[in-house]
Design a protein. Structure first.
Length: 272
């Protein structure tokens, strides 16, 4: 097994801001109405590439498709024909299925995306959206033709939000890493753990990232040799990737958390 530990310093996200942001997004979705045009937002904008094809809006079991190719440059008749064709055979579209939509208990969504003979399936759960406490994501990729099967993998991630902020803001020691993930390829398994601490110098967060790699199944002895021989190169690649992610976070997050709820809602509406 190869283990890499690295600490990055990132801009913090206030928990009250997260609560407001989740509320804004949830409210925007709930305020939408569905008609023959597609999704109509509260300001009258129409999302023509998102359609409800089964059930009632946001009820358990409702199914949505997100499709491409029905843009503004097409004639209305062609766009309508395209929508009907894809409704009959939505295999080339992204599908979202609502498992649960309860802002007090949980929001549970299933997402399936097919592209270039590869399919990605995600299962996302947010517990207690009114006071976000836990995010869980599980997923897998599947390939069609034999060469693509080499890229098949499965993974899951878990962030205990009610443990993250006490550790990040008050240095309270959590019972285990508040954020963790596992990625399984047929040859290699990667485990990632993240533990936040308040920075000693400013209001930012110090996050210790631990990445562990090991071989799987019959290839475990061979993977152990490869990980040993390439250890230095792998460590550099992991550190560089973590630093890049932290740099992107620090570039984008301050602008987001500077927005209040009204500004965030306006920014979301203006992206369409």
């Amino acid at each position: 097994m190869l283990s890499v530990k690295h600490t990055v310093v990132v801009e913090p996200v206030p928990y009250p801001w997260l609560v407001d942001a989740v509320t804004v997004i949830r409210t925007l979705v709930e305020e939408c109405r569905v008609d023959e045009q597609g999704f109509v937002l509260s300001d009258g904008q129409v999302l023509r590439d998102i359609r409800l094809i089964q059930g009632r809006h946001l009820r358990p079991g409702s199914v949505y498709v997100i499709e491409n190719g029905a843009g503004e440059g097409k004639a209305a008749a062609d766009a309508e024909g395209t929508r009907k064709d894809k409704a009959a055979d939505p295999s080339g579209t992204a599908r979202i299925t609502v498992g649960a939509w309860d802002h007090r208990r949980a929001v549970h969504l299933e997402l399936t995306v097919a592209e270039d003979d590869m399919a990605t399936e995600l299962d996302v759960t947010l517990k207690s959206p009114d006071r976000p406490a836990l995010v869980e994501i599980a997923g897998r990729t599947r390939g069609g033709a034999a060469p693509l099967k080499l890229f098949e993998m499965a993974g899951r991630a878990r962030v205990r939000l009610d443990d993250w902020w006490p550790a990040a803001d008050s240095d309270r020691i959590p019972p285990s890493a508040p954020a963790s993930a596992r990625l399984d390829h047929r040859w290699v398994r990667a485990d990632v753990r993240a533990v936040p601490r308040p920075s000693r110098h400013d209001g930012r967060w110090d996050i210790q990232i631990t990445v562990s790699l090991r071989g799987r199944r019959l290839l475990r002895p061979l993977a152990a040799i490869v990980l040993t021989v390439a250890a230095r190169r792998i460590r550099r690649a992991v550190v560089r990737s973590v630093d890049d992610l932290a740099a992107q976070w620090n570039d984008r997050v301050p602008r987001l958390v500077a927005m209040d709820a009204d500004q965030l809602r306006e920014a979301l509406l203006s992206t369409r």
